[in-house]
Design a protein around this ligand. Structure first.
Ligand SMILES: Cc1cc2nc3c(=O)[nH]c(=O)nc-3n(C[C@H](O)[C@H](O)[C@H](O)COP(=O)(O)O)c2cc1C
Length: 316
């Protein structure tokens, strides 16, 4: 199957037909992970494949305690899946690799800003999902909560230096309307491309496309809603006007755009809206306090208010 045909078919399926999946098919699916990229070629990805009925039932029992099996009368998920794959990672492989002479920098292991062992597990997981579709199967992913992970670890003898990332289920798809009705894919649209992909620079040359910054903007709209601000009252002008208005509002506060976006929850409010009063720290501050405190009471830039919310955009 061409990638272009395959990708749109991938979705989480949370109910399967009882028919078993031939061993060689499962082997091909899990075999794809050998082709996954890994930082420094550390190859820290690990899989535990569980196909025997007792093992799968045990996983379902353990995970059922966390409420993911079939809550609220939805179709059976874990119990119906003929193949369970625990996607795991071994952090030590990365340290071993990055302590080899060709990777040391001034004699030290590089301190990467993100743990590559989790990144690589994600890449492996994606391969499993796509390979399942390629084989005419379907796949689902479930997180494994901490308590469940402990039980899974002891039940299946997973060593301490291997971290469980997620559970992937495989099988021939059966209708799962109960799950579909409540899962986020059905209840909210995918983000528009412009929210996800930027070109050449994060902000445009005049920074006017601040208005499509999803991280700030999505949180902002969410924040405004929490604070009870009428989003319809937020009237936005043309993009260029927004940038000018933003700068005008930031200037008296002695703030730069970067200061505001670095903070935990950038509060974005259009100056023509009452939400201009939102200049308050939102972390650890009660909703009521947040609305009533003023910008001047708070010197840290990331607690300050910003401007500009775009009408018609949506919170994620
Ligand atoms: C790391 C990870 C953990 C997930 N955990 C769960 C979960 O515990 N339960 C669940 O129903 N779906 C889980 N999902 C599936 C997402 O909800 C799903 O990918 C998302 O809603 C988009 O739907 P789609 O994959 O069908 O396009 C998880 C997905 C990932 C990548």
């Amino acid at each position: 199957m061409q990638f272009r045909e395959l990708l749109p078919r991938r979705r989480m399926v949370r109910h399967y037909r009882s028919e078993p999946v031939p061993r060689e098919v499962v082997e091909r699916i899990v075999g794809t992970v050998r082709r996954a990229p890994s930082a420094g070629y550390s190859q820290g990805q690990r899989l535990l494949v569980i196909t025997e009925e007792d093992g799968r039932a045990e996983i379902a029992r353990i995970m059922g305690e966390t409420g993911w099996t079939a809550p609220d009368g939805r179709e059976l998920w874990l119990e119906s899946a003929p193949v369970h794959i625990l996607v795991c990672t071994r952090e030590a492989d990365y340290h071993d690799r990055y302590r080899l002479p060709d990777k040391l920098v001034e004699g030290e292991e590089i301190d990467w800003p993100v743990p590559f062992w989790f990144v690589d597990a994600g890449a492996a997981l994606m391969l499993l999902l796509l390979a399942a579709v390629d084989e005419g199967l379907a796949a689902g992913v479930s997180g494994v909560e901490c308590e469940a992970a402990k039980k899974v670890r002891s039940t299946f003898g997973i060593p301490d230096d291997v971290t469980i990332i997620a559970l992937v289920t495989n099988g021939y798809p059966a209708p799962d309307p109960g799950w579909s009705a409540v899962t986020s894919r059905r209840t909210q649209p995918r983000r528009p491309p412009a929210d996800i992909v930027r070109w050449e620079r994060w902000y445009g040359a005049d920074e006017s496309d601040l208005t499509v910054d999803s991280s700030a903007h999505g949180k902002t709209l969410q924040t405004l809603r929490v604070l009870g601000v009428d989003l319809d009252a937020i009237d936005t002008g043309a993009a260029g006007t927004l940038a000018a208005e933003r700068d005008q509002a930031l200037d008296p506060l002695g703030l730069a755009l970067e200061d505001c976006l670095d903070g935990p929850v950038p509060v974005v409010a259009h100056p023509t809206c009452d939400a201009g009063a939102l200049g308050a720290p939102l972390h650890g501050v009660a909703k009521e306090d947040a609305v009533h405190e003023s910008v001047d009471d708070h010197s840290p830039p990331h607690h300050a208010a910003m401007i500009a919310a775009r009408a018609g955009s949506r919170a994620s």
